[in-house]
Ligand binder design. Sequence first.
Ligand code: PLP
Length: 482
Amino acid sequence: MPEKLIFEKSVAGRRGATFPTEALQGFSIDQVLPKKFQRQIPLPLPEVSENELMRHYTRLSHENYGVDTGFYPLGSCTMKYNPKINEDVARFPGFAQIHPLQPIETVQGALQLLYHLEKILAEIAGMARVSLQPVAGAQGELVGMLITRAYHQQQGRQRKKVIIPDSAHGTNPASAALAGHTIQTVHSNADGLIDVDDLAKVVDEETAAFMLTNPNTLGLFEREIEKIVRIVHDAGALMYLDGANLNALLGLTRPGDMGFDIVHFNLHKTFSTPHGGGGPGAGPVGVAERLVPYLPSPTIEKKGEEYFLDERRPQSIGRIHGFHGNFGILVRAYTYISRLGASGLSAISRNAIINANYLRKQLEGSYPVPFNRPCMHEFVLSAKKFREKGVHAWDIAKRLIDYGFYPPTVNFPLVIEEALMIETPESEPREVLDAFAEAMKSIRKEIDDDPSRLTGAPHTRPVGRMDEVQAAKRLDVNYQKK
Ligand SMILES: *Cc1c(COP(=O)(O)O)cnc(C)c1O
């Protein structure tokens, strides 16, 4: 039975909180709460007792799926476990109860943390400086594109064109367009990598930047990255790395060493700060030395033993977010990195890569893997051949819910039809990967024996298959009494 709405449980006159109606310690009710503050017309709230209220929301909370309840193989999202020590540290009063408008000398510890976090991220990415202000990956991309524009303008040229691979995340073209660029697509080759010849043809003196994801969204490392960088730099354009998912690169290689000029990080993916449900997140942006003047203002600087904010940066693209971004998220990422250290960080990437390849090998006998080679932190299956049975990638994803797993990303990247994109964070042990593989194999048998098990899924949840188009376009969460 699905849980009823709290409004449907309402019984007129039932109360969750009570107040005495008689005088209190010699004071009349009107003295305790002056008449003008007393409500004349009752609010149209549900009327339930406190324990009904508690049970209702506790039961609803058990319907949630999250990294604290199970494996979350959502590709390109890095749904890793978020260590609880991050939460403890973010709640330290010295972090949680300060205000960004406090005098600078009273928040030296907070600035020190930000200063150190910037240094650490710059070291991880091989960049000169990092801005912690952007609060999402997409906002980091926008910052990178605004920096690109400012850089070319400073060189006295108008370069409008940004090249983006056909396998890119949808935010890439959106961010480039928002910053006033036009988009040119470059195609993937038969190996699922950038077609370098195609790239050489589209790069010209109009090109402002090439936005690349490496490893790409198929989980494959661009083997010809040095050649790609040379082509782009020879044309006077910049190399932008979409570093939303650095889970395969930490401590193994650095975007700066590959020749990238700009990179954004998603702290809410790689660095274990919580995400989902729209935020809050953090999408810091790192740049090479020659782009440092354009970074958002203010930057955090140190003079002697004192930290301060530098607002006097004439070439800066300006402020991109209130204050210093999502400070609480930055504290969590700093905590995460601090307890791992350099060797712990590279162990993350090694284990994420091993996990992905282990699972890919387990599944390759049951599902086609279009680019079936050693991958990085994720890999992509295709459900195209099951179309003749009336089964789509979507149906496999929904059926997994019945097996107790969150579905993988579906129908992305666009270069693979009926894509199922599976990411295996380092935080999942072998037993969990085995259980997931068993579920996928069992679903494969169902496709052969009884595809209706899939097309009607999920069968075990309070609600079955939802109309996702209606849910996205005509979402209505307003309760109207019938
Ligand atoms: C998640 C992701 C983004 C966007 O990040 P948001 O924080 O959701 O804005 C961009 N690129 C890639 C490759 C991603 O996986």
